[in-house]
Design a protein around this ligand. Structure first.
Ligand code: SAM
Ligand code: SF4
Length: 445
């Protein structure tokens, strides 16, 4: 995440670095909101900041390694400028004793906090001017409303539920994000209305398992919440993530098919295609349940894009189990997939399973899966060549500022020549593609 500066040289500057998922991106927007409400401005670069905060992730070892890799650079910055404040927050600090260990091991860190103490960020920063601070809490049962400095002028992430109680055998999230707590529906709708008022066109409802919304309160469930948000005037596009296939009912698919603002994109992490592995993962559904859900979506929401997450090399995964994952990939025909090597997480049940799959086997399976999925993604994109589609413009393309980019309702990125205002809806004729990106020409109004 990059934060824009107001350009006032007298203000103290912060720089935030975010690792991990959209939930962390949203948390960083909240941290920026808190800091800016308290007189801070964002720095253009790490080197000219007075305060640096890393918002960490611990879902896979790779994310942790990136954070550890950054610490060397921070140490040098602190040596060059002893007045620089350095803070580490996020999920990684929330793991058993990791926060304490970091403070002991890295004397150049001024403060440590976690997802449950983020609302006290300003006080934590102030306290750290006079001594090192460790501020962590085990869990929270309230979801304080915090100021948010949104990165996008046209898209708003809106958190609807915190925590996760699914305890998938591989996953660290329930241990660091705590119990599920749903935000009151009126508060969510009010936030969406405020955002629309300020020019936002697209809303993404966020939660580790959005389908669990309302389970803790026994009141408005996810389907009813979605209906309420779908009715907010001025909203162009509504998305949500992440959905748990076990809790995604066929009735919810029917309801969504009648909500015109809900985009035709569903992210449904399958994780594995073998029932034996799904059971060991504690996912609560079978491959048959999953494929039934996919079929229902295809019938009720024509043209829907279904994307997924797949973990390769979960402990005990045999060649036969992996073949079943590939079989689901063939049958479900995902538009795209996030594919991961299983990464043992200390404190989760799967980390102690004896049958860990050798790294080489995991990598081989992952390469095979990625290659096949890329072909399927490319096939989908090729079928669209020559058609005209609606995109929401996001801004200049990251790879080449000569071009602009936007997204289809099915969440595919489209790169096009010509300028257009972020947040506006445009028609684009699709002319070229690869597995991950569509290219097109802007159509005149
Ligand atoms: N709550 C969401 C769900 O249930 O799908 C996603 C949460 S997690 C941040 C995102 C993805 O990371 C998961 O869907 C899973 O595929 C992957 N993941 C989680 N733990 C992992 C692990 N230990 N090793 C590899 N991938 C993992
Ligand atoms: Fe992790 Fe499973 Fe919860 Fe998703 S549903 S956050 S994978 S425990």
């Amino acid at each position: 995440m990059e934060t824009r500066s107001t350009g006032d040289d007298n203000m103290k500057k912060y720089f935030l670095l975010t690792y991990g998922c959209q939930m962390n991106e949203l948390d960083s927007e909240k941290m920026a909101g808190i800091l800016e409400e308290n007189g801070w401005d964002s720095a253009e670069a790490l080197d000219n900041a007075d305060l640096v905060i890393l918002n960490t992730c611990c879902v896979r070892a790779k994310a942790e390694d990136k954070v550890k890799g950054k610490l060397g650079q921070l140490k040098k910055l602190k040596l060059a400028n002893p007045r620089l404040l350095i803070g580490i927050g996020g999920c990684m600090m929330q793991q058993d004793n990791v926060g304490e260990k970091f403070l002991q091991k890295f004397p150049f860190i001024d403060f440590i906090f976690g997802p449950h103490t983020m609302d006290r960020l300003n006080e934590i920063v102030e306290k750290s001017c006079t001594g090192r601070v460790l501020e962590l809490e085990a869990d929270r049962f309230d979801v304080p409303r915090l100021p948010i400095k949104r990165e996008s002028s046209f898209r708003a992430w809106v958190s609807i539920i915190k925590g996760c109680e699914n305890f998938c055998a591989y996953c660290i999230v329930p241990y660091v994000r705590g119990k599920e707590v749903s935000r009151p529906p009126a508060e969510i709708v009010a936030e969406v209305e405020e955002q629309i008022e300020s020019g936002v066109k697209e809303v993404v409802l966020l939660g580790q398992n959005v389908n669990a919304y309302g389970r803790d309160t026994g009141k408005v469930d996810f389907g009813r919440l979605l209906k309420k948000v779908n009715q907010v005037p001025g909203l162009e596009r509504l998305r949500f993530m992440t959905s748990h296939p076990r809790d995604f009912s066929l009735k919810l698919v029917d309801a969504i098919s009648e909500m015109p603002r809900v985009c035709e994109h569903l992210h449904l992490p399958i994780q594995a295609g073998s029932n034996r592995i799904l059971k060991k993962m504690n996912r609560g559904y079978t491959r048959e349940d999953y494929l039934r859900l996919v079929e229902h979506i295809r019938n009720k929401i024509p043209g829907a894009s279904i994307t997924t997450d797949i973990i390769v090399g979960f402990p005990g995964e045999t060649d036969e189990d992996f073949a079943l994952t590939m079989d689901v990939v063939e049958k479900a025909r995902f538009t795209s997939a996030f594919t991961f090597l299983y990464s043992p997480r200390e404190g989760t049940p799967a980390a102690n399973y004896s049958e860990q799959v050798p790294g080489e086997v995991k990598r081989e399976r992952l390469n095979y899966l990625m290659k096949r999925q890329n072909q399927i993604s490319l096939d989908y994109n090729q079928v669209l060549m020559g058609t005209v589609t609606e995109i929401m413009v996001e801004g200049p393309s990251k790879k080449d500022s000569e071009f602009y980019m936007g997204r289809t309702r099915t969440n595919r990125p489209v790169v096009f020549s010509g300028k257009a205002h972020p947040g506006c809806l445009q028609q684009v004729k699709l002319t070229d593609c690869n597995a991950h990106t569509l290219y097109g020409e802007l159509q005149e109004d």
